[in-house]
Design a binder for this molecule. Structure first.
Ligand code: FES
Length: 286
């Protein structure tokens, strides 16, 4: 004897209608771009990741319409496209702001102050993780390690780095973004909107003046291991507790090539923001 799904208390839900297509003019424009992307690869399906960035640049997130377009252009099923689009966190699944502010709360950034930054930004902006401010400017989210741990705690805006942040510097930065004031990342090209960033990630040239030249370079904190290996730097020393700078260590003077941002906190982060000391807090009696 068989039982129906309703008898088993299982809801199968309504089948989803096919995604609507783009308007003709949008589709024609995107098809031109898509053909350029596909031509870079020997196998069209290899173009899926940049194609998803392309449709994200159109709508600010990857919609069902965008996934249908990718499937049509690449000879894939929408299920295959959906599987990829939902796997990678760089593809947004719902409408979001012009500036995606990602606070690294992975282990190192967290203990260096990333958790405090994230909490204060939530309160300051009045949004939770993955939410967007009412003016549509800023989407806040916590993110995992961005391989910039030597400048922890790190905040990223549309994937550009803001190093050595504090709650105060991060709040100033989001205030400036919302007010339309200039905000320059520590390294890399000047900021652009999330849609513009998505188009660059799709592989189209960044034609803004000076953008390519401003890609920055590795700073001293990133290169110290290499210098040690080459015997060009003194061996590492035991680091003094925060707040007690070693007498023989001169303050770090950034070189002109370090591309420090006007929104970076001073390098000695915890000292610059004593309300949020980032070192381990001693238990009473220790
Ligand atoms: S832990 Fe934050 S960049 Fe690595």
């Amino acid at each position: 004897m068989t039982t129906s799904s309703s008898e088993r208390g299982v809801s199968l839900g309504m089948p989803e209608l096919p995604a609507p297509a783009y308007p003709d003019d949008v589709r024609a424009r995107l098809e031109t771009d898509a053909r350029e992307i596909v031509a870079r690869y020997p196998d069209s399906r290899s173009a899926l990741l940049p194609m998803l960035h392309l449709v994200q640049s159109e709508e600010g997130h990857v919609t069902r319409t965008g996934m249908r377009f990718c499937a049509d252009m690449l000879g894939l099923t929408t299920a295959e496209v959906t599987a990829v689009a939902t796997f990678y966190t760089m593809y947004r699944r719902r409408p979001s702001g012009d500036y995606q502010v990602g606070v690294c709360t992975n282990t190192l950034c967290a203990v260096m102050g990333g958790d405090a930054i994230f909490e204060e930004l939530q309160e300051h902006l009045g949004v939770g993780n993955g939410e967007t401010t009412a003016d549509g400017k800023v989407t806040l989210e916590h993110i995992e390690c961005n391989a910039a741990c030597d400048y922890a705690p790190v905040v990223m805006v549309n994937w550009e780095f803001f190093d050595n942040q504090t709650p105060e510097s991060a709040k100033r930065m989001v205030d400036d973004l919302r007010a339309g004031r200039p905000v320059a990342p520590t390294r890399g090209a000047p900021l652009c909107t999330f849609k513009e960033t998505a188009r660059i990630l799709a592989g189209f040239p960044d034609e803004r003046e000076g953008a390519v030249e401003a890609t920055g370079s590795a700073g001293p904190a990133s290169l110290i291991g290499l210098k040690l290996a080459k015997g060009e730097a003194a061996p590492a020393r035991v680091v003094h507790p925060r707040g007690e700078a070693p007498q023989d260590a001169p303050p770090h003077e950034p070189s002109p090539t370090e591309h420090l941002s006007s929104h970076d906190a001073p390098q000695d982060t915890s000292a610059s923001d004593p309300a949020h000391p980032s070192g381990p807090v001693a238990e009473e009696g220790e």
